[in-house]
Design a binder for this molecule. Structure first.
Ligand code: CP
Length: 313
């Protein structure tokens, strides 16, 4: 007797870490995101598909972006909140994956923990798993960011970014993608003790060496790059995380993107992955100012999610 197998048709790919994708695939997804932002699409390419939207952590942008993207592409969605699956009562990730992969074509998942949970969900064939943010990496954020950069600056090769803030899942994804493009510069200014994990930095440095790009991380604001195209920051209190040091705000205080900092880069755009806390990582004058593209960036989450779903499914 033949072994039972998952019943779904073949899917193109999982998106769990940007390190799993080739530069060509990243470029393709970004370009499609730009095309979707212009309203360029064929009618309902995902008609008939069913996509699970499973968020174990809070989300405004990513959950809405993937839900709206799936619906706009013709798929139907099943939405699960943090308390909905039997994972809460002790069912294993592996068993959950076996079940869901027999019913869903794709699963967009924000985990409560590591990227390895997503790899376990992706183990059975047939269901594409998309990382909507794990503790380690937020790959769909970087794909959104690159889409916004391409829209506003006309390309990504040669782009110079100053990233100020925690070396969190957003920073990891940016480091693992921007460094793959040619002649880019990523200058990270992360508070001491809150930088990129060494393994991530080493991998991004290897990418940068191969592409003729630069990745430089320091833990103070003393020496800033002379010029950049983008100044990027992120919320000090990353979604779903806590900081063991009760005095962490004192450590983060010098790492605010304010008018004085932005004035040093008169031609730069300001980006923020949102949600924002005005008065902490940035100021209202910067976030709501004429050089902020943070809300266009948020809108691009849906365009990029459409590109990711089309690519994956
Ligand atoms: N930037 C981002 O991931 O936003 P949400 O947490 O609202 O999805």
């Amino acid at each position: 007797m033949a072994a039972p197998s998952a019943s779904r048709g073949p899917v193109r790919g999982d998106l769990i870490s940007l390190a799993d994708l080739g530069l060509g695939e990243i470029r393709e997804i970004v370009q499609r995101g730009v095309e979707f932002s212009r309203g360029e699409r064929s009618a309902e390419p995902l008609a008939g598909a069913v996509v699970g939207i499973y968020f174990r952590k809070t989300s405004t942008r990513t959950r809405t972006a993937f839900s709206a993207a799936a619906l706009r592409l013709g798929a139907r969605i099943i939405s699960y909140g943090p308390g909905d699956l039997q994972l809460n009562t002790g069912e294993t990730i592996e068993d959950t994956a076996q079940v869901l992969s027999r019913m869903l074509d794709g699963l967009v998942c924000r985990t409560a923990g590591s990227t390895e949970e997503l790899r376990a969900l992706a183990e059975p064939p047939g269901m594409a798993v998309i990382n909507a943010m794990s503790a380690h990496e937020h790959p769909t954020q970087a794909l959104t960011d690159l889409t916004t950069i391409q829209r506003h600056l006309g390309g990504i090769d040669g782009i110079r970014v100053l990233y100020v803030g925690e070396g969190n899942s957003t920073a990891v994804a940016l480091a693992l993608s921007l460094t793959r493009f040619e002649r880019t510069e990523l200058h990270l200014r992360t508070p001491p003790g809150y930088g990129l994990a060494p393994a991530v930095r080493e991998q991004a440095e290897r990418y940068a060496a191969e592409s003729g790009s630069v990745l430089r991380e320091t833990h103070d604001m003393a020496e800033l790059p002379s010029d950049v195209d983008i100044v990027y920051t992120t919320r000090w209190q990353t979604t779903g995380t806590t900081k063991p040091d009760p005095d962490w705000r004192r450590t983060f205080a010098p790492f605010q993107v304010n008018e004085q900092l932005l004035d040093g880069y008169p031609n730069a755009w300001f980006m923020h992955d949102l949600p924002a806390h005005r008065g902490e990582e940035t100021t209202a004058a910067v976030l709501d100012g004429p050089r902020s593209i943070a809300f266009d960036q948020a809108g691009d989450k849906m365009h990029s999610a459409m590109a990711v779903l089309e690519w994956a499914l």
